[in-house]
Design a binder for this molecule. Structure first.
Ligand code: CNA
Length: 248
C-alpha cells in the first residue's frame, strides 16, 4: 500500500495529469484485449477484422466477427478502473484521458474529457455518401438480426467510425492527444502493450518534456525502463486508490 500512497501523492500533486488507456482497462469489464494473456489474437485475426482494405472488399468479415465484441457493448459495465478515473476527473486531478479503446466505457465510468484516438462505434457512416450517420443503437439492432447496416441513400454497407488498420487517425483527436501528452507532467499509462502507433508514442511526448510516466500493465512494454513507477495489476492499483479517495 506504500506504493499506492506514493502514487496517490503523485496524482494529487501533478499540475497536469493525463491518462493513456488501452484494452487492458476493459478486461475487468469482461472485454478481451488483443495481446494480453487471454487476448483475442490467440484465436482470431483481429488485424483482418479491423482492416480497411479488407472491409472495402468484404464488410461481412467485420460484421460476422466483431459482432460479439462491438455489438453487445451496452451490456458491459464500467470497471473500477473506469469509475476511479471518472472520480479523479471530477476531483479535478485528471485533466484529460486519451483512450485507444472503442468500447465507450470511460464515458460510462463518468469521464467527460475522453479523447478517442481510435474513434468509436458510436456512429456508422457511408464510405461513399457524405452526411450519412447511423447511431450505434440502430446499427447494433441490425447486426443482432444477423444483417449489416446499409446506407439509406446508396445501400452500401456502413462502416463504424472506429479507426481501422490502414486508416488515418481522427485528426482532431490525434492533435489533442499530442498537445495533452506534451502538457502532462504525469501520465498514467494503463493496460496497453504500447505497440500500436501513433497512440503508443504519446508517453514519449511526456517524457521528452521531463514529465513522469507511471505504467500499470501485467506484461512487458517497450517503455518499462522509462517509467517512474511500475505496477502489474490494474485491479490492485485502482482498488487501492479507491480506498484512499473513498466516495468523494
Ligand atoms: P493490447 O495490445 O491488447 O494490450 C493490452 C495490455 O493490457 C496487454 O499488455 C495486457 O497484458 C494488459 N492487461 C490486460 N488486463 C490487465 C490487467 N487486469 N492488469 C494489468 N494489465 C492488463 O491493447 P492496446 O490497447 O495496447 O492496443 C491497441 C488496440 C487494441 C486499439 O486499436 C484498440 O482499439 C484495440 N482493442 C480495444 C478494445 C476495447 O475497446 N476494449 C479491446 C480489444 C482491442
Amino acid at each position: 500500500m506504500d506504493d499506492i500512497n506514493k502514487l496517490y501523492t503523485l496524482i494529487k500533486e501533478a499540475k497536469h495529469l493525463v491518462a493513456l488507456t488501452g484494452a487492458g482497462v476493459s478486461t475487468l469489464s469482461g472485454i478481451r484485449d488483443f495481446r494480453g494473456k487471454n487476448g483475442l489474437y490467440n484465436e482470431m485475426d483481429a488485424d483482418k477484422i479491423f482492416s480497411i482494405e479488407y472491409f472495402e472488399k468484404d464488410p461481412s468479415f467485420y460484421y460476422n466477427n466483431a459482432g460479439s465484441f462491438i455489438y453487445n457493448l451496452d451490456e458491459k459495465e464500467a470497471s473500477i478502473v473506469h469509475t476511479v478515473l471518472g472520480q479523479l476527473e471530477r476531483l479535478g486531478f485528471l485533466k484529460a484521458l486519451i483512450t485507444q479503446n472503442i468500447d465507450l466505457l470511460h464515458q460510462k465510468g463518468g469521464c467527460k474529457n475522453v479523447i478517442e484516438i481510435h474513434g468509436s462505434p458510436i456512429t456508422h457512416y457511408c464510405l461513399r455518401c457524405s452526411g450519412v450517420n447511423v447511431s450505434y443503437e440502430e446499427a447494433a439492432a441490425v447486426v443482432r438480426k444477423g444483417e449489416m447496416p446499409k446506407c439509406p441513400k446508396c445501400d452500401r454497407v456502413l462502416k463504424p467510425a472506429i479507426t481501422f488498420f490502414g486508416e488515418a487517425l481522427p485528426a482532431q483527436a490525434l492533435k489533442k492527444s499530442v498537445t495533452e501528452s506534451q502538457k502532462a507532467d504525469v501520465m498514467l499509462v494503463l493496460g496497453t502493450s504500447l505497440t500500436v502507433h501513433p497512440a503508443a508514442g504519446m508517453p514519449q511526448y511526456t517524457l521528452r518534456n521531463s514529465g513522469k510516466i507511471v505504467i500499470v500493465n501485467n506484461m512487458p512494454t517497450p517503455l518499462d525502463n522509462m517509467a517512474f513507477m511500475h505496477f502489474d495489476d490494474l485491479a490492485t492499483v485502482f482498488e487501492g486508490l479507491k480506498s484512499i479517495i473513498g466516495n468523494n
